[in-house]
Design a protein around this ligand. Structure first.
Ligand SMILES: NC(=O)c1ccc[n+]([C@@H]2O[C@H](COP(=O)([O-])OP(=O)(O)OC[C@H]3O[C@@H](n4cnc5c(N)ncnc54)[C@H](OP(=O)(O)O)[C@@H]3O)[C@@H](O)[C@H]2O)c1
Length: 310
């Protein structure tokens, strides 16, 4: 059987049609495209069926696991597909590793090295206990995230666009630098001992709870990341859909109660805003997946992210 690969503007992107056998899958087609054009490795390809010009119907995206035959209209032995280049891709592990490595390295630089002399603050610097605890808390948090990336999370998406590495690194590295700058500053004024203990104590409990939430999410999928989306159950997931985001937000609140900087609170607000948007989308997806589907359990009532508000 023959497959012609074109662009959305009908240009033949792979010269000459590809010849595939009848049992070939979409994944085989992707490999065949890759053999013809090295630039287009499978995760870079988005293959769809053509739609009528001017039509508002969404194009059908070909599923790599399905047979190509499943997409034939039965009239001929020839299929035309549209290839969209998704651009250079990186694995989710690579993306997460680089975005978390920045804060893990940048923060200790502000604590250990005499960087403030370059900002006009010479002389001796007194290090308060809260600054030392903050360093340990911060490093533990990002080290935990890197470990979870490699040993806990079971991602369903193989890759992410390379451009996201630069965008996400800009976000994490910039906030990391700002918070490190203010918390370790020679003119930093510590909060009371009691407030520091409450903040770090509460934050640490939330970090452990966040880790436990990630273990629950891990248990929902097989090691290769297959299994789709399930209803997370147990612990805080019994009351909130994105309990991992809830605990993430509260652990940053704990850090800010203990360290009290404007930069830290701005980061908390921005991170909470981002996670709330993601949580709303995840909550909608789970409701759509489970509600009204025969043979599937109904999605139980849950808060989205921040009980008792949302
Ligand atoms: N400070 C910040 O700005 C910030 C922002 C975002 C995240 N974080 C932290 O980073 C952690 C990871 O973030 P994330 O956005 O990757 O978390 P996530 O999407 O909620 O979940 C983590 C892993 O669990 C999987 N998963 C989620 N819901 C599932 C379900 N119903 N069934 C089966 N598997 C499911 C996800 O799969 P998929 O691969 O299919 O998504 C992903 O691999 C967060 O929990 C949070 O602690 C921090």
């Amino acid at each position: 059987m023959k497959v012609t690969v074109i662009t959305r503007s009908s240009r033949e992107i792979i010269k000459r049609s590809l010849d595939l056998n009848h049992s070939a899958t979409v994944s085989d087609l992707q490999e065949a495209i890759h053999r013809r054009c090295k630039k287009y490795y499978p995760s870079r390809q988005r293959i769809t069926l053509p739609v009528q010009p001017g039509s508002k119907v969404r194009p059908v995206v070909l599923n790599p696991k399905k047979k190509i035959e499943d997409y034939y209209d039965g009239k001929s032995d020839h299929l035309t597909v549209i290839l969209k280049d998704l651009g250079p891709q990186v694995s989710y592990r690579t993306l997460f590793f680089w975005e978390y490595l920045g804060p893990l390295i940048i923060y200790p630089i502000f604590y250990y090295f005499p960087v403030y002399q370059y900002f006009g603050y010479g002389g001796e610097r007194t290090i308060h206990p809260v600054q030392t605890y903050a360093l340990h808390y911060w490093c533990f948090h990002y080290f935990k995230r890197i470990m979870e990336t490699f040993f806990v999370h079971r991602f369903s998406h193989a890759t992410s666009p390379l451009s996201n590495v630069f965008r996400n690194c800009a976000y994490y590295w910039t906030f990391g630098s700002l918070i490190a700058y203010y918390v370790n500053h020679p003119l930093y004024t510590p909060v009371s001992d009691l407030q520091m203990k409450i903040g770090f104590g509460f934050g640490l409990i939330c970090q452990i709870a966040n880790f436990y939430c990630h273990l629950i999410l891990k248990s929902l999928r097989s090691p290769d990341g297959s299994g789709g989306y399930k209803i997370p159950l147990g612990f805080l997931f019994n009351i909130v859909t994105c309990a991992n985001y809830t605990t993430e937000i509260y652990q940053w609140l704990g850090f800010n109660i203990a360290t009290k900087t404007v930069a830290g609170y701005v980061y908390l607000v921005v991170a909470a805003f981002i996670m709330t948007n993601w949580a709303l989308a995840k909550h909608r997806r789970l409701k759509k997946l489970f509600n009204g589907k025969e043979g599937r359990p109904k999605y139980p009532w849950r808060w989205v992210i921040l009980p008792p508000f949302l």
